[in-house]
Design a protein around this ligand. Sequence first.
Ligand code: HEC
Length: 223
Amino acid sequence: MMNKTKGIVVGVLMTLGFGLVACNQNSDLHRNPGRVYAPDMFYSRAYDAYTYNPNFADSQSSRLPVPGAIAMGHELPDHLKEGDTIAYKTFTTNFRFNEDEMKEGKRLFNIYCAICHGPNLDGQGPLFASGKFAAMPANFKDAKYLHMPMGQMYAGVKFGKNMMGSYASQLDTRQRWMVIAYIKKTQSENGGDAFTLGAATSTGNSIDDTTNKVVAAKIGKNK
Ligand code: HEC
């Protein structure tokens, strides 16, 4: 008795199912999703990224940021000009980095710089040590670099220097300063100047011009 009922139910469902599939056969190259529950949730009313958008001359939904926009936690553009070595020397930053960010600076250094400058910052990176790279990378523990102004280091990373290429496309402004903070910290422990880029708290902070206090920007943790 039970089995018979089951059979009937399954039979009815299958007929319905085939019926629905059949209705769908010829419509719009099988792309019709059939019935949609809550269509105004299924079909977004907002313009999706990369979709056609009649509101803009180029018909694109994805827009560039407004010119001059600065991401949260970032500094104003630096306006340095390549070759202006006088400006390099006085150029500085408002960023102050906490311990996590100092670790991040070290991590970035080991990824991008250590191959030449060496994990010990002594210019003996594996690429140079192998003899395949002819130019001696800066030895940051050498007297020649111990007191190098950080703005000059920044310019080196941004524009490159002789045989060293620019790292501007790999590291954003904040990351460049994180790496430099790591170099400066290490230098301060090896006879260089006192370290000034550290802070107890804060991520992506800046100095408030009126109060001269460090203000932490609310940004995500940089992993
Ligand atoms: C492919 C090898 C190589 C890599 C990778 C590299 N450098 Fe260099 N770097 C050099 C060489 C070579 C010099 C020496 C340039 C000169 O004075 O002729 C140099 C010089 C420098 C200087 C001194 C600039 C000056 O004004 O004298 C700084 C600062 C520096 N590098 C930082 C970095 C940082 C930070 C990174 C990682 C983001 C990095 N370098 C990655 C090869 C490299």
